[in-house]
Design a protein around this ligand. Structure first.
Ligand SMILES: *Cc1c(COP(=O)(O)O)cnc(C)c1O
Length: 372
C-alpha cells in the first residue's frame, strides 16, 4: 500500500515534543516565538505571527486589513474551502476569476475585469507548490490600491522572479497541516513586512487581549489584561511549534527528495502525452503536489486504487459547491478552465519518505493504465 501522503516525523521531532511536554509550557509561548523568528529568517519577511491554521491566518489577515461587509475580494475558485469560506466569514463577497490551465493559478488578465468600486483585496492561491504571477498581480494591486493576501498553503520556500514567498504579497498565509510540505500537525502563520498588521493579528489571535498577555503567566508577569478588540481563539501551541522548528531544520533535505521524485515522474510521464504539471521558468516549485491531467480521471483513480496506490483530487472548484451556488449564484460553466482542470486532475503520491521502489511502482501503474 502506498498512501497518498505521509509526514516526515523523525526522532528529533518526537524528542522535541517530549521536551516541550516536560518543560511545563504547553500552549503558545517561548517555542512559538523561536519558531516565528526562524520563519522570519527562512521567508525573509519582517514579521511572522503563528496561528492555529492557514484558515485562521487567512481570516485574521482579512480582518487585520478591515475587510468585511460590503467589500469584495477577488480570488481563485481552484482552492480549498478555507480561501472562499474565510472571505465569506468576514461578510465580504468572494469574487472568483478563472485560472490558467498551465499553472492552475489565477490568470492576472482576468483580475482587472473583476474589479469594482467595492474590491478591497486579491487572494492569489499558489497551487501545488509554485507561486502565482505576483509580478503581474502586484502591478494591478498597485494601480487599483488593493491589498494582496497570498494563500501560500502549498508554496513555503518557493521563489517568484527571485523573491521568496512571504515577501511577494502584503500578507502571506502558510499552512502547517499534516499533509503540507512543512507540518506541525495543525498550524499556520502570517508573514508580513507591516508591523501594525502583525501586531493586530497577534491581538486578534488570542481574544483581542493585549499582546503580551500570555506573559502574565511568567514569573515577572501580572494577572492583569485588557480586551482591546473582540478577537478569536486562533493561537498555536508550543507543542506544535517544537515540531515546526525540527521541520524547518530538515526542510531543504525534504525538498530535495520531493524534487527528485518529481523529476522521476516527469522523465517517465513525458512520453505519455501532455499530462504533466508545468513550472514557469521564473518560479521554483516546492512540489507539495504532483498533479497530472488524465482523460477518464475517475477510472484512472480506480485503477490506481486496485494497485493499492493512494491518490487525491485537488480541487473541487469552490463555485461548484452548493453553498457558493445558493449564496452567490455561481453556476457550472462560470469558470471553464477551473472546471476543465478539475475533470482531469489527479494528485500522485509525492513525499520525502517515498522510496525509489515506491516511486517506480507508481510510475509502472500509471504507464500500465496508458497501455490498457
Ligand atoms: C491546506 C490548505 C488551506 C488550509 O490550511 P489549514 O492549515 O488546514 O487551515 C488553505 N488553502 C489551501 C490552498 C490549502 O491547500
Amino acid at each position: 500500500m502506498i498512501p497518498f501522503a505521509l509526514p516526515t516525523i523523525e526522532d528529533d521531532d518526537v524528542a522535541a515534543v517530549v521536551d516541550t511536554l516536560k518543560s511545563g509550557w504547553l500552549t503558545m509561548g517561548p517555542k512559538t516565538i523561536e519558531f516565528e523568528n526562524q520563519l522570519k529568517l527562512f521567508t525573509g519577511a519582517k514579521h511572522v505571527a503563528c496561528v492555529g491554521s492557514c484558515t485562521a491566518a487567512l481570516h485574521l489577515s482579512l480582518l487585520a486589513y478591515d475587510i468585511g461587509i460590503g467589500d469584495e475580494v477577488i480570488t481563485s475558485p481552484y482552492t480549498f474551502a478555507s480561501t472562499g469560506n474565510m472571505i465569506d466569514q468576514t461578510g465580504a463577497r468572494p469574487v472568483f476569476v478563472d485560472v490558467e490551465k498551465s499553472t492552475f493559478c489565477m490568470n492576472p488578465k482576468n483580475i482587472e475585469k473583476a474589479i469594482t468600486s467595492k474590491t478591497k483585496a486579491i487572494i492569489p492561491v499558489d497551487f501545488g507548490g509554485q507561486p502565482c504571477n505576483y509580478t503581474a498581480i502586484n502591478k494591478i494591486a498597485d494601480e487599483y490600491d488593493l491589498i494582496v493576501i497570498a494563500d501560500a498553503a502549498h508554496s513555503i520556500g518557493a521563489n517568484h522572479d527571485g523573491k521568496s514567498v512571504g515577501t511577494l504579497a502584503d500578507a502571506t498565509c502558510f499552512s502547517f497541516y499534516a499533509t503540507k510540505t512543512l507540518t506541525t500537525g495543525e498550524g499556520g502563520a502570517v508573514a508580513t513586512d507591516d508591523e501594525d498588521i502583525a501586531d493586530r493579528i497577534r491581538l486578534l489571535r488570542l481574544h483581542g487581549i493585549s499582546k503580551d498577555a500570555w506573559r502574565r503567566y511568567e514569573g515577572v508577569g501580572t494577572w492583569y489584561y485588557q480586551i482591546e478588540e473582540c478577537g478569536w481563539k486562533y493561537n498555536t501551541t508550543d507543542i506544535n511549534a517544537a515540531i515546526g522548528i525540527c521541520q524547518l531544520n530538515k526542510f531543504s533535505r525534504c525538498y530535495h527528495r520531493r524534487f527528485e521524485i518529481a523529476d522521476m515522474y516527469t522523465r517517465a510521464f513525458c512520453k505519455l502525452g501532455d499530462i504533466l504539471p508545468h513550472t514557469l521558468c521564473n518560479n521554483t516549485n516546492m512540489w507539495h503536489l504532483y498533479p497530472i491531467l488524465v482523460e477518464g480521471r475517475d477510472e484512472f483513480i480506480k485503477h490506481m486504487g486496485s494497485r493499492a496506490i493512494g491518490t487525491s483530487v485537488h480541487f473541487i472548484p469552490l463555485h461548484l459547491h452548493p453553498y457558493y451556488e445558493y449564496t452567490y449564484g455561481y453556476r457550472k460553466g462560470d469558470f471553464p478552465n477551473a472546471e476543465w482542470l478539475f475533470e482531469r486532475e489527479v494528485s500522485l503520491p509525492i513525499y520525502p519518505r517515498m522510496t525509489d521502489e515506491s516511486v517506480q511502482y507508481v510510475i509502472d501503474a500509471v504507464t500500465e493504465w496508458y497501455r490498457i
